[in-house]
Design a binder for this molecule. Structure first.
Ligand SMILES: Cc1cc2nc3c(=O)[nH]c(=O)nc-3n(C[C@H](O)[C@H](O)[C@H](O)COP(=O)(O)OP(=O)(O)OC[C@H]3O[C@@H](n4cnc5c(N)ncnc54)[C@H](O)[C@@H]3O)c2cc1C
Length: 626
């Protein structure tokens, strides 16, 4: 540790720094809570921890993915005879898997015995809750799935589940303090970093337009281009036929379109590169121009200056303080009522869950965490027989049998674990390449420095974290968001590891590798360095003001299906609606195994997680009738 590290506070004892530094993977596995793989109870385990309050490296945390990766690399596990039998086994305790269990009991058999297996220490999958405690006060953040976006557009089956969970999306305004930041004069800013733009500069207003452009660290030519880009009045394809326009948009990335047809130079292209990352987890170099146009990014003559990219609170949605982790918690409380007190969407926010009750003998629904499914097959290969499910917990393989199985994990793993799936279907499942991303939560002791610089949300085109913002200003039930800048808040920082220049799927794969090789310490140093440089002029001192950091890494983040047969920018789910949709073939039921998860819809959204769970359960009903 050098003097710069000390100035940043790398030696400070913050809450929840991962004592494993996020890299001691082998040790991590042995520290996981024991669970009831032998039919016993997690309550028996002396090692039980409270997952939401674990900090350091979360999301795909050390100990959660190694078994899956070794299985994909060819390792085989031997488990002996099935020790337990269930009516339904669900693989994956994300929103889709939890919903599948819920719908099975609702629509098929209210007394069904169900086992839900998940490789993580917590349930919820991407819908993960992060808790911090400072001076006896609880702070809640979202480690993934941020909010219920545009619930009015949800399919009816998804709306119904949301309603049945007691979530009244019409009441968002009662809890979400939409005026809080504006009343303090806070707005959007852009942070130009010295490595990319020659000097550190925080520009107030969206894209530096709140103040004059004069001080931006750009050449005069680039400032004029930036103004032209965001004024967005020029039609660069003027004179072309509809067919010619379509051809240009379908064969260019947004960046190459701006460069080739708009004549924009490197400085502006560097500025816009990360703009789509918050929403699409890909940069301008690989975002298809047709998608940029459809989404209202600038350059297409008057369609607006880009979407709001990140959570700006004005999208029409429903926000719990922990994002959609509350949806997962409501589902779990329905499935295993003894796990937590309460019965409303308000009391779920602070309800303390008793994890020792998730997997109790005698309970009709059991949720077994830290358990990776490594093999899945109909007994004797007969598609109308029971399904044997092998999972690894605490480095030992165990087997259970099930009348039915819903796979609500990643489809790309199926080719390695389920020999019953026909080859053509396996080929389609391999198409599912997820994008990596990281949500980092940073608890700071007060937000006076943000008031001093006027920042609510920052776009940081060249920095390690491409965006920095407040978490949802939501007060619900017994939980209160900071009203005064003197109170602590959690900041949300996003990092998307990519390799610009490659195709989207290649970037996702490269980013995933890079992410798994990046230790917590690197994230912490970047948090301290970037916040110090952005907010220092407002009085922020990273060594003094940072009270806790939790990094939620998601190497397998958003579900996308990529057309591997097409050129790098032909990443076109819309077009596939009419032509070739690999995920539809990939999700076809195989005997008593049905497939849920957002991969089944090629749409990384909660409504799809729920809708696909509903479809998968009803696919199983078809199996029963045939
Ligand atoms: C950072 C982030 C932010 C997001 N924000 C939003 C948002 O604001 N709104 C929105 O609607 N959507 C958002 N999404 C999309 C999100 O993926 C979905 O909304 C939804 O939470 C996905 O649920 P799921 O159950 O399909 O998948 P997941 O949440 O991925 O759950 C699948 C679970 O199965 C487990 N699993 C996989 N294989 C195995 C195995 N072999 N054995 C055992 N377990 C296994 C996985 O580890 C995981 O825990 C976000 C996603 C990410 C990554």
């Amino acid at each position: 540790m050098d003097s710069r590290d000390r100035r940043l506070g790398m030696d400070r004892a913050i809450s929840r720094r991962d004592f494993l530094s996020g890299v001691s993977v082998a040790i991590g596995a042995s520290l996981l809570p024991a669970c009831a793989s032998d039919g016993g109870s997690v309550a028996d385990s002396p090692k039980l921890r409270y997952p939401p309050s674990l900090g350091g490296m979360r999301g795909s945390h050390p100990g959660s993915f190694e078994v899956a990766h070794s299985t994909v690399r060819g390792r085989r596990w031997s488990a002996g005879e099935a020790a337990e039998h269930y009516d339904l086994v669900v693989v994956g305790a994300g929103i889709s898997g939890l919903t599948a269990a819920y719908i099975y009991r609702r629509d098929v058999d209210p007394d069904a015995r169900i086992l839900i297996l998940d490789n993580h220490e917590d349930f919820g999958g991407h819908a993960l809750r992060n808790e911090f405690e400072l001076d006896g006060r609880l702070f809640i953040g979202y480690g993934g799935t941020m909010f219920i976006e545009a619930p009015a557009t949800y399919p009816e089956v998804s709306k119904q589940v949301i309603r049945e969970l007691g979530i009244d999306v019409a009441r968002n305004d009662e809890f979400y303090d939409a005026g809080l930041f504006a009343s303090r004069g806070l707005g959007n800013v852009s942070f130009f970093d010295r490595e990319s733009f020659g000097t550190d500069y925080l520009a107030r207003g969206e894209h530096g337009f709140g103040d004059s452009l004069d001080d931006l660290p750009l050449s005069d030519a680039a400032k004029a281009e930036l103004q032209r880009l965001f004024a967005d009045r020029v039609d660069y394809l003027d004179g072309m036929t509809t067919e010619e326009r379509r051809n240009v948009l379908e064969t260019h990335s947004w960046r190459s379109f701006l460069q080739t047809y708009g004549g924009f130079g490197d400085e502006v292209l560097t500025y816009v590169q990360a703009m789509p990352q918050g929403y699409w987890t890909i940069g301008a170099d690989a975002l298809p121009a047709w998608m940029a146009a459809q989404d209202g990014y600038p350059g297409f003559a008057g369609k607006g200056a880009g979407n709001s990219d990140d959570d700006g609170g004005d999208w029409g949605g429903f926000y719990f303080p922990d994002g959609n982790a509350s949806v997962a918690r409501l589902l779990v409380r329905k499935l295993v009522p003894q796990v937590a007190p309460g019965d409303s969407m308000e009391d779920i926010v602070t309800a303390r869950f008793d994890y020792s009750r998730l997997d109790r003998p005698g309970s009709r629904v059991r949720i077994r965490l830290s358990s990776t499914v490594v093999e899945l097959g109909h007994r004797n290969g007969s598609l109308d027989a029971d399904v044997d499910v092998t999972y690894v917990h605490d480095r030992k393989a165990h087997k259970v049998s099930a009348g039915k199985v819903v796979w609500a994990g990643y489809h790309a793993m199926l080719p390695y674990v389920c020999p019953d799936i026909p080859d053509e279907q396996v080929a389609q499942q391999r198409n599912s390449v997820r994008s990596p991303l990281v949500y980092t939560n940073v608890l700071i002791r007060n937000w006076r420095s943000l008031v001093n610089v006027g920042m609510r949300r920052a776009y940081c085109p060249g920095s390690f974290f491409q965006s920095v913002m407040f978490t949802h200003p939501v007060s619900m039930g017994d939980y209160r968001f900071a009203r005064s800048p003197d109170e602590p808040v959690i900041l949300h920082l996003q990092h998307v590891p990519l390799e610009p220049g490659l195709s989207a799927p290649e970037q996702f794969r490269a980013g995933r590798q890079a992410l798994l090789a990046t230790p917590f310490e690197t994230f912490e140093r970047n948090v301290r360095d970037q916040l110090g440089r952005m907010l220092g002029q407002g009085g922020f001192d990273p060594a003094r003001d940072i009270a806790g950091i939790t990094v939620n890494r998601w190497p397998h983040g958003y579900a996308y299906s990529i057309d591997t047969e097409s050129a790098d920018v032909a990443w076109d789910p819309e077009r596939w609606h009419h032509e070739r949709r690999p995920w539809v073939e990939a999700r076809q039921r195989v005997g008593n195994i049905a497939f849920a998860n957002t991969d089944a819809a090629s749409n990384a959204m909660t409504e799809s997680a729920i809708e696909e769970a509903h479809r998968a359960v009803h696919d199983l009903l078809t199996a029963s009738k045939t």
